[in-house]
Design a protein around this ligand. Structure first.
Ligand code: URP
Ligand code: ZN
Ligand code: ZN
Length: 484
């Protein structure tokens, strides 16, 4: 008997690859079964013997959908003068060695730039990818030309999610501009992601800190207070409520923001939220080291005080936070502290690496003690982002007909995270020395084994662009308050 309604009789067809005897994490639960692959697609799931050219013994192992890292930055244009340490070659290699088979980085438009040209350039940069990728758009200059001409073309090409910034010079939108993009998102059924920090708070606090010669790295946290993140989150939610369109708050860092989102969700608003490893496994003390090493953990929003971490976990456990991404934003430590002893908190490039360590860190911390079931682990790291960004069911699930994107995990393998063992091109990891239990040992992308026995087997350039569907049914009619 097939355990999941496989379409064909696997005994009757010669498959390319069979993964045999593992514990397979299906949406309905973890079951002991086999997975058969043909032509890059999952062709059969079932306990019956499978005829295949190659077979992988997964006894004692977990078979998960390949991870979808739905928030990472690769080879973005230099920002505040610093270049990304990872391009698509090194970034996607690192991703697949950490059990991922798809990523969604950002094609980022800044003031004065053409969004169309930025996306065309980004397609070129992505040609080195090892695994499949989609693009989120960043709209930093929502001119009429961009919103009425460039954006509709890009939507047709499969770019159906947009990140908007409420802070950062060259990227931030005012409320009027924010509303204009929300309206277009509603019309086309797009997902709007929001970097929610109050820009005036950051500038006002930074000026005062600098005037008092408070330049050490620990003041980065003071300049990006949780209350400013909460205010911007509330504002984004309120504006999206006005336009009646869904939004997703990215990289949520603090307990009060989780509360704000929980309140909105309790009111039935379509508000989604993401958090990242740095808010579970790092804290403000990791920036306040008294020396320059704290720069290794400088990102925005910053990791908060350690006492904040339980609330972040609670947000994951109760479903307020339903996406767990890396926000891999790779700057070398040497670039972060380029000014040496004169390094000032507001000049350190924001962002930390984590594309390879995202899944093992969460798995180790939460799956062994049962805090997160395997199904929930897969949902928040892979399936929910695939749904929210229009890639499901091609990606994000083990199901007949889906791409054969899988990660085989040894749940007992113990590792100490060391930068020299990772595959990114960044000169550090903020998780150096942390012990984890559980690591992906084999990664399969569209039926091809791209990582096995700790060795990457992939070739750069095999990754394909993934056009995304529209995540929400487009609603051409404006809301009642707009038509009245
Ligand atoms: O510090 C961060 N998170 N840098 C990456 C850019 C962003 O805002 O996601
Ligand atoms: Zn952001
Ligand atoms: Zn980011």
């Amino acid at each position: 008997m097939s355990s999941s309604g496989a379409e064909l009789d696997p005994a009757a067809r010669l498959l390319d690859l069979a993964i045999v005897g593992g514990t397979v994490v299906l949406p309905s639960g973890a079951v002991s079964t086999n997975v058969g692959i043909a032509d890059g697609v999952i062709a059969a799931i079932g306990t019956e013997p499978m005829q295949a050219r190659h077979s992988l013994d997964a006894a004692g192992m977990l078979v998960l959908p390949g991870g979808l890292d739905s928030h990472c930055h690769l080879d973005q244009q230099p920002w505040e003068g610093r270049s990304s340490a990872d391009d698509f070659r090194s970034g996607t290699l690192s991703a697949l060695c950490g059990g991922n088979t798809s990523i969604i980085p950002f094609a980022m438009q800044m003031r004065g730039q053409s969004l169309r040209a930025i996306v065309a350039d980004y397609h070129q940069r992505a040609r080195k990818a090892h695994i499949d990728y989609a693009f989120h758009l960043v709209i930093g200059d929502p001119t009429r030309e961009v919103l009425e001409h460039e954006l509709p073309e890009l939507i047709e090409q499969g770019c159906t999610s947009i990140k908007l910034f409420l802070t950062y010079e060259g990227l931030k939108l005012d409320d009027y501009e924010f509303l204009s993009v929300l309206e277009i998102a509603r019309r086309h059924g797009l997902m709007i992601m929001v970097h929610a920090e109050n820009d005036a708070c950051i500038r006002w606090l930074t000026e005062r800190l600098l005037a008092q010669r408070k330049t050490q790295l620990r003041y980065h946290v003071a300049a990006h207070p949780a209350v400013g993140e909460r205010e911007a989150t509330y504002r984004a939610i309120a504006l999206a409520e006005l336009i009646e369109t869904p939004i997703l708050i990215v990289h949520v860092s603090s307990a009060t923001v989780v509360d704000e989102i929980r309140r909105a969700q309790a009111r039935g608003l379509p508000v989604y939220a993401e958090t990242c490893p740095q808010y579970l496994f790092l804290c403000a003390e990791d920036i306040d080291t008294g020396d320059l090493s704290g720069a290794k953990c400088v990102c925005t929003p910053p990791p908060r005080e350690r006492a904040n971490q339980p609330a972040m976990w609670q947000g994951i456990l109760d479903g307020t936070l339903s996406v767990f991404s890396s926000d891999h934003s790779p700057f070398n430590y040497t670039d972060k502290i380029a000014a040496g002893a004169d390094t000032c908190f507001h000049r350190v490039p924001n962002g930390i690496p984590g594309i390879e360590t995202r899944l093992p860190l969460l798995f180790s911390a939460a799956c062994h003690d049962g805090r997160l079931s395997l199904e929930r682990f897969v949902e928040i790291t892979t399936t929910i982002p695939a749904r929210l960004y229009g890639l499901y069911p091609r990606k994000g699930v083990i199901a007949v007909g889906s791409d054969a994107d899988l990660a085989i995990w040894d749940p007992h393998q113990r590792r100490v995270i060391r930068n020299e063992l990772l595959h990114h091109a960044v000169d550090y990891t903020p998780y150096e020395g942390m012990s984890v239990q559980g690591w992906p040992i084999t990664t399969i992308s569209r039926g091809e084994i791209v990582f096995a026995d700790g060795q990457p087997l992939s070739s750069a350039g095999r990754g394909r662009f993934l056009p995304c569907q529209r995540p929400f049914a487009a609603r051409a009619q404006p809301g009642a308050h707009l038509s009245g």
